[in-house]
Design a protein around this ligand. Structure first.
Ligand code: GDP
Length: 198
């Protein structure tokens, strides 16, 4: 699946512009700067598929990626949690995301990226609330695992699992990744393969 060349398909800022459903979808969500672009690039083995270190404004869209013959489309969701984001922008984000989550029956799972250094923040909990409300299964992916000590990482996984146990739509298994060190990427690929083939 990930040995193919992946390419950018389209960007959507308005729910009415969603592309026709051609395959299953998986989506990636997280706070801005969580390492989402880096993870999508590592996953697809492409250096610049998703743009890294985007600036606010350019990122308020759903970005679709596909590969010839692949049974799944990857959706890069706009990052959330810019401190300086005006309320109107946050509301627009929430409206677009909720409409997408509710109106996309082929969406199999959202991978919710959490920065290992920060753990779950209040806006991550808000995102989880939105996903629970939309009844879309989400799986937490800890990013930048190379940035913290193994002991801290173990504690973070335990704490995060505890928080997830209370959430109706959360998938219990947590993935630990580092795009920098290319760790956990195979586990992520395996999780996606199970969704696509199983
Ligand atoms: P996005 O805004 O969520 O798309 O985040 P980016 O992928 O642009 O990454 C934000 C910053 O974190 C960049 O400076 C990346 O180089 C850095 N980064 C991303 N993934 C990792 C990782 O696994 N380890 C480390 N140490 N840094 C990372």
């Amino acid at each position: 699946l990930f040995a193919r060349p992946w390419r950018f398909l389209t960007s959507v800022a308005d729910i009415r512009q969603l592309p026709d459903i051609g395959s299953l979808e998986i989506a990636f969500a997280g706070r801005s700067n969580v390492g989402k672009s880096s993870l999508i690039n590592a996953l697809t083995g492409q250096k610049a598929l998703a743009r890294t270190s985007n600036t606010p404004g350019r990122t308020q869209m759903l970005n679709f990626f596909g590969a010839e013959g692949a049974a799944v489309t990857i959706v890069d969701m706009p990052g959330y949690g810019y401190a300086e984001a005006p309320k109107g922008m946050v509301d627009a984000w929430t409206d677009l995301i909720f409409a997408y989550l509710r109106g996309r029956p082929t969406l199999r799972r959202v991978f919710l990226l959490i920065d290992s250094r920060h753990g779950l923040k209040s806006n991550d909990l808000e995102a989880m609330q939105l996903l629970d409300k939309a009844a879309v299964v989400y799986q937490v992916v800890l990013t930048k695992a190379d940035k913290i000590k193994p002991g801290q990482l173990d504690r973070l996984v335990v704490d995060t699992a505890k928080a997830l146990a209370k959430r109706p739509a959360a998938h219990p298994e947590i993935l630990v990744t580092s795009s920098e060190k290319n760790t956990g990427i195979d586990s992520l690929r395996a999780a996606i393969a199970v969704l696509v083939n199983g």
